[in-house]
Design a protein around this ligand. Structure first.
Ligand code: ADE
Length: 318
């Protein structure tokens, strides 16, 4: 055989490609590019697993979704919405979606790892939070929600279980599996489900009264849930608790909840303006000045909205 001269590949090109930060390495990832660790969580159609990129050693959380199970239960639409909504997001308070890939059995979403668990567990361990800590997490949640809404998305399942904590105890919102896209004017996108075909999404305790009345759920539904989370940080429990989903729905429809005696009055005023049955009269809605009206509430008095809270040190809970 003829000696074939190897093309002399320029040494710079080889070095570049060995560099894990080379843009080429940013594009495609596959199952074998990661080392898998322990399970972080379990959903009805998915498992979240800690994983490490073999090339860069960077840690991620990989959400693995079972294709057959999703198709069988007619959840394809939600899986697509979750991917499309997450890929629009670019905010420190929201888990970032880096890559998606698939194999024969599963879909994989490579996400930011939030190693400090759920806000839910922090509330279980430390509630009632002091006002400084409550204000801090409320502000982070508000800014993340503002970003989600600016990108034309309603999350629709805001609750302490879906608010994760990163290595510095800042929040990362996750689980866009109930999300919905909006038109520019806070209306559901055409072709979306309407009327009686609208199905229940979200979690009973945090569901908005308009959804229970079969009205459209818009941005205001997330501000309702935001009010529930503020209540929970200061009291240790969600406002509308009951033995069954049916009883929870009754309480929500009747706005049946009570503040503990020790609840700070300025926070009580904020929660009372958020837990309002009519979405158009709820703080955060366009008619009441949008998200700025929440930022300007006395609850956040003295809080500097110009600082980058996600770069600050998180308060230490006693
Ligand atoms: N559980 C579910 N999603 C997670 C994530 N992104 N990081 C850590 N734990 C999780």
């Amino acid at each position: 055989t003829l000696p074939i001269k190897q093309p002399t590949s320029s040494s710079t090109a080889v070095t570049d490609l060995d560099d894990p930060n080379h843009p080429l390495h940013h594009h495609r990832r596959t199952v074998n590019d990661f080392e898998y660790g322990h399970a972080l969580g379990e959903g009805s159609y998915s498992t979240v697993i800690a994983a490490k990129d073999k090339k860069t050693d960077k840690q991620y959380a990989i959400k693995k979704l079972d294709k057959a199970h999703i198709v069988k239960n007619d959840k394809v639409k939600y899986v697509m919405i979750e991917r499309d909504a997450l890929s629009r997001m670019n905010h420190l308070g929201i888990v970032k979606l880096y890559w998606t890939f698939r194999d024969n059995r599963s879909l994989y979403y490579v996400l930011d790892l939030a190693p400090n668990g759920e806000l839910y567990s922090l509330i279980r361990r430390k509630a009632p939070f002091d006002m400084e800590t409550t204000r801090f997490y409320a502000a982070e949640l508000l800014l993340a929600l503002e970003h989600i809404h600016d990108k034309g998305v309603v999350h629709r399942d805001i609750k302490p279980e879906n608010i994760l904590l990163d290595d510095n105890m800042h929040i990362k919102i996750t689980d866009f599996g109930s999300a919905k896209f909006l038109e520019q004017d806070n209306k559901p996108v055409a072709g979306g489900t309407t009327g009686s075909s609208r199905s229940f999404v979200g979690t009973a305790e945090y569901v908005s009264p308009e959804l229970l009345r079969s009205e459209p759920t818009l941005k205001e539904a997330d501000w309702w849930a935001f009010g529930c989370v503020v209540f929970q940080m200061l009291s240790g429990k969600s406002p509308f608790k009951a033995a069954t989903d049916y009883l929870i729905f009754q309480k929500i429809k009747n706005l049946e909840y009570e503040f503990p005696d020790a609840f700070p009055p300025v926070a009580k005023d904020l929660v009372q303006r958020l837990l309002v049955l009519a979405p158009e009269k709820r703080l955060g809605g366009e008619a009441l000045g949008g998200v700025d009206a929440i930022k300007n509430h006395a609850f956040f008095q003295g809080f500097d909205w110009q600082q980058d809270i996600f770069k600050q040190t998180a308060p230490e809970l006693a």
